[in-house]
Design a protein around this ligand. Structure first.
Ligand code: AMP
Ligand code: MG
Length: 327
């Protein structure tokens, strides 16, 4: 059942690069990306749907039996009122894949991402993590991970707006047991470089990153934790799993995601790829109680509360500060 990791990685990287190009094209060409609101009021754009369709199409071409657990499904897109959005998605997907993609085919690709998060092997996909960052033309990520026997074994993050080598666009990847890699997102031929977390002498010297959206992480509490740790610098606020990338490549050494309400369950596609990239880069990832993230519970991290990712050696100190602020 276990796949060949190098071909798995190749397929995942290719899928993420292609989807990221579609996202970039939507951002460049549309003055205001067309959006639809989900029931929970979160926005979904042409790019979210196109990205999921592309990744699912590519993974289907790679291994048609592999289940994909994606954030989106096509039900809202099938409604009569969404004809314009549907056509725009199909056009974008066709252009990026270089083949004719009629609307029904594109909808069926999107729905390939509706698998259950169970069984010995499945992919999990956030086609655009940080949709709000995407709409603000700031940071967002295409995040794809492979879960085998309840463990994240491979993760790829495409970060179209993250600075790299004087431009923007960075791709991060990791296979469990190996290092974390970073390479230019738009150039598949460019060499990858290994990335490592930083080595702050103590938590006081660490830069802390967190969500831009105060609804996604409690910023008042994080300010109290930072003060307790002796951190004087302002928090680095960026959307999406780019926060994990930031820790992995030493732009920051702490990522705090503090629950804003007691019953929110983190989604696996928001953390699978990013958490592995940080671990492979030498860092540590847990929930706010110090427990490992548990990917055996289906679509959510039902047994965890929030997330803390760090460069490693300062992890216990950070968890201790979180506990003291929470008590
Ligand atoms: P970020 O870009 O870090 O703010 O995270 C974006 C992700 O936050 C989205 O993909 C959502 O799945 C997730 N999200 C939505 N509501 C919440 C919430 N109340 N707490 C934590 N995360 C949330
Ligand atoms: Mg997300």
């Amino acid at each position: 059942m276990t796949g060949d990791r190098s071909t798995d990685l190749e397929a995942a990287v290719d899928a993420v690069r292609t989807a990221a190009r579609a996202c970039r094209a939507v951002q460049e060409r549309l003055v205001r990306p067309e959006t639809l609101e989900k029931r929970d009021k979160s926005p979904v754009t042409v790019a979210d749907f196109a990205s999921q369709a592309i990744v699912c199409a590519r993974l289907f071409g790679y291994r048609s039996d592999d289940p994909v657990v994606g954030e989106e499904d096509a039900s809202a897109l099938r409604e009569d009122a969404q004809a314009g959005l549907r056509a725009a998605v199909a056009e974008r997907v066709g252009e990026e894949l270089g083949e004719r993609a009629d609307e029904e085919r594109v909808l069926s690709w999107i729905d390939l991402g509706s698998a259950k998060a169970e069984g010995p092997r499945y992919w999990t996909l956030d086609p655009i993590d940080g949709t709000k960052g995407f709409l603000r033309r700031e940071q967002y990520a295409v995040a794809l991970a492979l879960i085998e026997d309840g463990e994240v074994v491979l993760g790829v993050l495409g970060c179209p707006n993250l600075p790299l080598h004087g431009g923007v666009g960075a791709l991060f990847s990791a296979v469990r047991g190996g290092p974390a890699w970073m390479s230019p997102l738009w150039d598949a031929e460019a060499p990858a470089q290994m990335v490592r977390v930083g080595t702050p002498a103590s938590a006081a010297d660490a830069r802390l990153c967190e969500s831009v959206e105060s609804a996604h992480s409690d910023q008042t509490e994080s300010a109290r934790i930072a003060a307790l740790l002796g951190i004087r610098t302002e928090p680095y606020r960026i959307d999406s799993q780019c926060k994990y990338a930031a820790v992995a490549r030493d732009d920051a050494s702490i990522y705090l995601r503090l629950p804003t309400r007691p019953n929110y369950q983190e989604k696996i596609w928001d953390h699978a790829a990013g958490s592995l990239v940080v671990e492979a880069a030498g860092g540590r990832v847990s929930d706010i109680d110090g427990r490992p993230l548990d990917f055996t519970r289906g679509r959510t991290l039902a047994k965890n509360r929030g997330v803390v990712a760090t460069s490693g050696s300062i992890h216990d100190e950070v968890i201790d500060a979180v506990r003291r602020v929470k008590d």
